[in-house]
Ligand binder design. Structure first.
Ligand code: ADP
Ligand code: ADP
Length: 228
């Protein structure tokens, strides 16, 4: 579902990505684990071309994104949802307004948009909270809004940028359980980055360990944990 080959990204003297290959299979939860500065978030931003790699290719759902112009890229990105550590919600909009935002950008008509928003809020356990403002929600609820918004375009892939790092352990568990449920029920492929081994152990099928802009090891979670 996601195939990255030979990714390089240089910031001045720093090789944030120093030749990264990644293969995420359809329907799996793939974790990239590494310490701060390892290059994880650069990798994630290169996967949806928020950042253009200096070299290498990124193919998502059969489409090589590195060959696309800006217009085609915007189209392709609708099939790639993303969630963020600090949620990135619009504070001036309601919960429903946040979830509706990508649908507005796509030009989905109002009636259909409202039906879809209600359905998405139900899916993440926030039915009835559509008219609240983000500031009225807990961290976990805010992340649920982020997830609903990320799913609005019916993406093939969800990218998660440290989505539970700002949450307490119990809330982390509930968000991870939601991601696992979406993975199982919708067949959603998830690529997540984290610095927390417990996140990887809780939900990932496969894992890559990243350090210094390189992937040091990768494999199934069972295989890597067994390795001394
Ligand atoms: P991680 O997500 O694993 O913490 P990052 O991808 O954020 O790692 O960063 C990898 C390396 O690239 C770090 O040394 C970081 O300082 C550097 N870096 C990342 N983004 C930029 C940028 N926009 N400008 C300069 N250096 C950057
Ligand atoms: P905001 O104050 O967040 O801007 P708006 O009423 O302007 O709220 O609505 C923004 C978007 O959210 C619109 O696309 C609208 O269709 C949708 N929307 C607003 N309230 C609801 C709701 N309760 N259920 C579903 N969709 C809603």
């Amino acid at each position: 579902m996601i195939q990255a080959s030979g990714l390089r990204k240089q910031y001045g003297e720093t090789a944030a990505l120093d030749g990264v290959d990644l293969h995420v299979r359809k329907g799996e939860i793939f974790g990239v684990l590494g310490q701060s500065g390892a290059g994880k978030s650069t990798l994630l931003r290169c996967v949806n071309l928020l950042e253009r790699p200096d070299a290498g290719t990124v193919t998502v759902d059969g489409q090589d994104l590195t060959r696309l112009g800006n217009r085609e890229l915007n189209q392709a990105r609708q099939r790639i949802g993303m969630i963020h550590q600090h949620f990135a919600l619009l504070s001036s909009r309601t919960v429903a307004g946040n979830v509706a935002f990508p649908l507005e950008v796509m030009g989905v008509p109002r009636a259909e948009r409202e039906r879809r928003v209600a359905e998405l809020l139900d899916l993440v356990g926030l039915g009835g909270r559509g008219n609240d403002r983000p500031r009225q929600l807990s961290g976990g609820q805010k992340q649920r809004v982020g997830i609903a918004r990320a799913l609005a375009g019916n993406p093939a892939v969800l990218l998660s940028d440290e989505a539970t790092s700002a949450l307490d352990p119990a809330t982390t568990d509930s968000i991870l359980a939601l991601l696992k449920r979406l993975n199982t029920e919708l067949g959603l492929t998830i690529l997540l980055i984290t610095h927390e081994m417990n996140v990887v152990k809780a939900v990932c099928d496969s894992v890559a360990i990243m350090s210094g802009g390189r992937i040091e090891e990768s494999g199934t979670i069972a295989g890597l944990i067994r390795t001394p």
